[in-house]
Design a binder for this molecule. Sequence first.
Ligand SMILES: Cc1ncc(COP(=O)(O)O)c(C=O)c1O
Length: 412
Amino acid sequence: MILSDFGERFRAYSGITHLMDDLSEGLAQPGVVMLGGGNPAAIPEVKALFDRVIAELHASGRLIDTLSNYDGPQGKTGFLETLADFLRRQYGWNISSKNIALTHGSQSSFFILFNSFAGKAGSLQKRVLIPLVPEYIGYSDVGIEDGLITSQEARIRVLEDGFFKYQVDFEHLQVDQSVGLICVSRPTNPSGNVLTDAECQQLDQIARRHDVPLLIDSAYGTPFPNIIFNEVNPFWNDNCIVCMSLSKLGLPGARSGIVIANEEVIRYFSNMTAITSLAPAGLGADIVSQLIADGVLLNLCNDLIKPFYQRRSELAVSLIKQAVDDPRLHIHKPEGSMFLWLWFEELGITTSELYQRLKHKGLLVVPGKYFFPGQSAATAHAESCIRMNFVQSEDELAKGIELLAQELRACW
Ligand SMILES: Cc1ncc(COP(=O)(O)O)c(C=O)c1O
């Protein structure tokens, strides 16, 4: 197969492909404890609610209308208005439907946005700046040019009780005219870190000073699914691009993402959607429209989804602390998302090797090195960390943590 330069970039086996392969391989093998992937938990009450809404959409004929028509490239007009109204009421954001575009999931939003704001621009080579790594594995390979991403390693603040927290290292953050976009996820996958309001404000000021947008990936954030365990404020202004997704609400198969930005960005984005895929899918939009109309969207997030993940994160932490009583284990303070990020000092092997050993024993986690987009080589810290999810059943979680503890004891 002879490919163009563009094609060659996507021939390589990337971190995200590795993760998705392990996920489907693990799912297919009975007995494997799957603490690797990012699929949302199957929360029975949430599934039942989606079931009911889909049955209503079917009964009213809206489902078949949606499936038998193309929407416009910006997405379903009715949903754009409903969502703009919801966000205005909820947060007082000064937005209209002209500030929102739907996409085929956030991952495809990043592909468009990263390559639109970074890459070759006349005589300049623009880059996406990730001001804090570890960051989302899915950013690493979306660039159609080499070296699209640059990043800054986080500062580590050691907390009590074996916890730590990452912070943006503003002192060393280098922002120059080569930066075309600044991107953060809030909460952060993999660490469960949630940038503070002050960090967001400071990043916003830096972005404005350099006349580049600040992309906030809110896949786990507010207002939905709101998997955030501490009090922070949502952040948006006309220099921000907030990317939301229906995946972690429980609908990853609907492939629905939402981009909120100023009108110029949204017009551009819709144009790009028309060219690359004609129109976004409408099913997810229909479901969320109905949840907003029924007044149950926020209750779903605040009374079911967020408490579920918060309980699970507390359980995972207590299981790990019981199984691994060792000061060389550090746990990133779980502030949101569906992952625990563990840092092992003096392990004697890299976590890439640990990953292989655990896989052999029937436990899938993700080695830390994949979560450092924009770094030229895996650092010692990257190779001392792993990410594990806490979406599986309590029994699976306990089984997985026991397997991990056994291997850690063997290494130490
Ligand atoms: C931080 C983050 N952003 C975006 C995504 C992708 O979301 P989507 O399913 O909408 O493409 C994920 C998926 O795991 C994620 O963890």
